[in-house]
Design a protein around this ligand. Structure first.
Ligand code: ATP
Ligand code: MG
Length: 592
C-alpha cells in the first residue's frame, strides 16, 4: 500500500487556488509565485528564521516560481555588514537559492519617499511635530479612542515642506514624524494614524548620510513587496492585525491611480499571509537575547554549537535536511506551539542514521591487554578485521580496523564488582569486541585511589569477526550479552571531543524567575581530551558521503553522531557531538 499524499498546508492550498483562478498570471509564468525572505541585518539567523527561509524558498521551488533574499535594512542604528554576510551564508547553506542579486530595502528609499509625498498630496498623510510621548499618549487604549493630533489637519503644503525638511536634516532626532491619516478611533490600534517615517540623524551602512528619515516597518514592508512583485508575502502570526495597515498603504498609493492618472498606474498589491512561528523548548528565539549570550560571553560566539543559530547548529553537525524537516514538520499552521526539543534531535538522528559512516572511538579510555595474544602468533602483530561502514547502506561497504595486543575501551564498560544486569565487562566475564573477538577478563590493576588502570583479558581465536565459537563437545553454545566498542592502541589518534547539553535547564527559560539567565545550564559544555579514535577517521575515505558543506560527520558506535569542529586540524583533531544515539536526556529528566 502506498502512503496517502501528505496533506497540503494552508499556504499551499491558497497558492493552488490562486493558480486555479489565475490571480497572479497564467501557470508557467515564473511570477505566479514570488516569495522572499526579508531579514533585518541585526543578528545571526536562528532556527526560527530557517523556517521562514525553508518555507518561502520551498514554495517558490515547488511552484516553479522565484525566491528573493531581501535585507530589510530600514533601521540604521543596529545594522552591520557582519550580519549581512552571515545571513547570506546561512540562507545559501540552508538551500535557499535566491533569484538574482541580494536585494536591499534601502535601495527603495527614493521610491518610498516619492510615494510618501504622494500620500501627503492626497491628504492621506501629515507631518506631526509633537514629541514622541505626546503622540503615544494620544493613541488611546483598547477601550478608549485616540485623540487627534493638533497637526492632523494642517495644510497639505505645510506638511510637504516639513517632510522635505525632515528628509534633509532640518529636525533633531524625534523632532517630527510623518503619519498616515487613517482613523484615531479605529478598534485596531495599528490604524490610529501610524507613524510612517521618523527622523534619525545617523548614517546608514549602505546609503551613508543621504537620509535623515527612515521608514517604519509597516509602511516599508508592503512597498518592498510591491516593488519586487512578491505574490505571497509570508510573515509570522504577530503581524495578523497589521495586515489591514499593509493593505491600507497599498490602497492609499493606488487611490486615484490608473490609466491617465497624474500619479501613474496602480502598483502591485501582494497578499500578506501569516503563519505560526517556530518555537523550541529549552531555548529562546529572541535575537536580543541571543546577542546578550554572545556579548556577555555565556557562549563562545554566534556559532557556538550550543546556540540555535543556523551557524551554531551547522557547527554542531546539523544538516540542512534535518533542519528543514524539523521546521516544516513542526507545522505550517495558524497556531503557535512550542516544539519538543527531542523532535529537532530526532530529525538529525533520522538523517544521519541513513548517511553517516560508522567509526569507533573511545571517549574515556582505559587500557585492555590481551595476555594470550602471543600464544597464537607474533605478539606484536596487528590483525586487520573488516568493520561495517553503514548498516543502513550496504553500498558503503567495510573498512579494515586493526586489532592487536593492546586496546582502549570505555572506562564505564568495565566494573570491578558489576551487578547482574551489567552486560559489559567485569572480572571473569566475557564480552564481544565489535567486529573482532570475544574476550574474557582475567585480571585488572588499580591505582592508589582504586581507579582501574589496566584490564587484562584472554581472547578466543575461534571468535574472529565477533562470531560465536563452534559448540563444545556436549553441543553447548557459548553466548555473550554485551558488545563493546574499542580502538587499537597501536593504530589510533588522540582527539579532543566536546559534548553538549542543552543551554538552558528549563523548557521555557525565564519563566520561573523572570530572568532568563537564571536558567542557564552551567554544565552545557564538557570538553574531553585524550579521547582515542580509530586512525582512519583522519582522512576522508570513499565510503563517506559528499557532504555539500564539507563538514565530515560520523557515528561513533554506541556514542552518538559527531562532526569535526571548524577549529579541528590533523595535529589537533576536535570533534563535536551533534546528538546522542537515543534520547538519553528524556530518560534522565524522567528519573530526577
Ligand atoms: P526582530 O524583527 O525583532 O529583529 P525577527 O526574529 O522578526 O526579529 P527578522 O529579521 O525581522 O527578525 O525576521 C526575518 C523573517 O523571519 C521574518 O519574515 C520573520 O517573520 C521570520 N521569523 C522570525 N522568527 C521566526 C520564527 N520563530 N519562526 C518563523 N519565522 C520567523
Ligand atoms: Mg522582524
Amino acid at each position: 500500500m502506498t502512503d496517502p499524499a501528505p496533506a497540503r498546508h494552508f499556504i499551499q492550498q491558497i497558492i493552488d487556488a490562486d493558480i486555479a483562478s489565475g490571480k497572479w498570471g497564467t501557470p508557467g509564468d515564473r511570477t505566479v509565485v514570488t516569495t522572499r525572505f526579508p531579514p533585518e541585518p541585526n543578528g545571526y539567523l536562528h532556527i526560527g528564521h530557517a523556517k521562514s527561509v525553508c518555507l518561502n524558498s520551498g514554495l517558490a521551488k515547488e511552484f516553479g516560481g522565484r525566491f528573493y533574499l531581501r535585507f530589510d535594512d530600514t533601521n540604521p542604528a543596529k545594522e552591520e555588514q557582519e550580519f549581512v554576510d552571515s545571513i547570506c551564508a546561512d540562507v545559501e547553506w540552508l538551500g535557499g537559492e535566491w533569484h538574482g542579486p541580494v536585494r536591499f530595502a534601502s535601495d527603495y528609499f527614493p521610491q518610498m519617499y516619492e510615494w510618501a509625498v504622494e500620500l501627503i498630496q492626497k491628504g492621506l498623510a501629515y507631518v506631526d511635530e509633537q514629541p514622541h510621548d505626546k503622540i503615544r499618549e494620544q493613541r488611546g487604549s483598547l477601550t478608549e479612542p485616540g485623540t487627534p493630533s493638533p497637526y492632523r489637519d494642517r495644510p497639505i503644503e505645510e506638511s510637504l515642506a516639513q517632510f522635505e525638511k525632515m528628509k534633509s536634516g532640518g529636525f533633531p532626532d524625534g523632532g517630527a514624524v510623518l503619519r498616515a491619516k487613517i482613523d484615531m478611533a479605529s478598534p485596531n490600534m495599528n490604524l490610529r494614524d501610524p507613524v510612517m517615517y521618523r527622523v534619525i540623524n545617523k548614517p546608514h551602512h549602505r546609503t551613508g548620510s543621504t537620509w535623515h528619515i527612515y521608514p517604519m516597518y509597516d509602511w516599508a514592508h508592503g512597498l518592498e513587496d510591491s516593488i519586487e512583485g512578491i505574490t505571497h508575502s509570508l510573515c509570522t502570526l504577530e503581524f495578523e492585525n497589521h495586515r489591514p495597515l499593509y493593505d491600507w498603504f497599498i490602497n492609499a498609493i493606488n487611490q486615484d491611480r490608473g490609466p491617465g492618472s497624474k500619479f501613474g498606474e496602480k502598483i502591485h498589491h501582494s497578499q500578506q499571509i501569516e503563519f505560526s512561528r517556530y518555537n523550541l523548548e529549552y531555548t529562546t528565539m529572541s535575537k536580543r537575547f541571543l546577542k546578550l549570550l554572545v556579548d556577555e560571553k555565556h557562549v563562545e560566539g554566534w556559532d557556538d554549537p550550543r546556540m540555535i543559530t543556523v551557524a551554531g547548529l551547522r557547527r554542531r553537525g546539523y544538516t540542512r535536511e534535518a533542519i528543514r524537516n524539523a521546521v516544516i514538520e513542526a507545522g505550517i499552521t495558524k497556531y503557535n506551539a512550542l516544539t519538543d526539543f527531542t523532535k529537532l534531535e530526532n530529525a538529525l538522528r533520522d538523517d544521519l542514521n541513513t548517511r553517516a559512516p560508522r567509526r569507533m572511538g573511545v571517549l574515556d579510555p582505559v587500557k585492555l591487554v590481551i595476555t594470550n595474544w602471543g600464544d597464537h602468533g607474533d605478539p606484536s602483530r596487528l590483525e586487520e578485521l573488516p568493520a561495517i561502514n553503514n548498516p543502513e547502506d550496504e553500498s558503503a561497504g567495510t573498512r579494515p580496523v586493526k586489532f592487536g595486543r593492546e586496546l582502549w575501551i570505555e572506562r564505564d564498560d568495565f566494573m570491578i564488582d558489576p551487578p547482574k544486569k551489567f552486560f559489559r565487562l567485569g572480572p571473569g566475564r566475557e564480552v564481544r569486541l565489535r567486529y573482532a573477538y570475544w574476550v574474557t577478563c582475567t585480571d585488572f590493576d588499580t591505582d592508589a585511589d582504586g581507579r582501574v588502570t589496566e584490564i587484562r583479558c584472554t581472547y578466543d581465536p575461534q571468535t574472529r569477526g565477533g562470531d560465536a565459537p563452534p559448540p563444545d563437545a556436549d553441543g553447548n553454545v557459548r553466548k555473550v550479552k554485551g558488545t563493546l566498542h574499542w580502538v587499537s592502541a597501536a593504530d589510533c589518534i588522540d582527539a579532543t571531543v566536546r559534548l553538549f547539553d542543552r543551554l538552558f535547564t528549563e523548557p521555557r527559560p525565564g519563566k520561573r524567575t523572570g530572568e532568563i539567565l537564571d536558567d542557564l545550564n552551567p554544565d552545557s559544555l564538557k570538553t574531553l581530551t585524550g579521547c582515542k579514535l580509530e586512525r582512519s577517521i583522519l582522512k576522508p575515505t570513499p565510503d563517506e558521503p559528499a557532504w555539500p558543506d564539507g563538514i565530515r560527520r560520523f557515528q561513533l558506535e554506541r556514542l552518538g553522531y559527531f562532526c569535526f569542529d571548524k577549529a579541528s586540524t590533523p595535529d589537533n583533531p576536535i570533534l563535536n557531538r551533534s546528538v546522542t544515539l537515543k534520547d538519553s536526556w528524556a530518560k534522565e529528566a524522567a528519573k530526577s
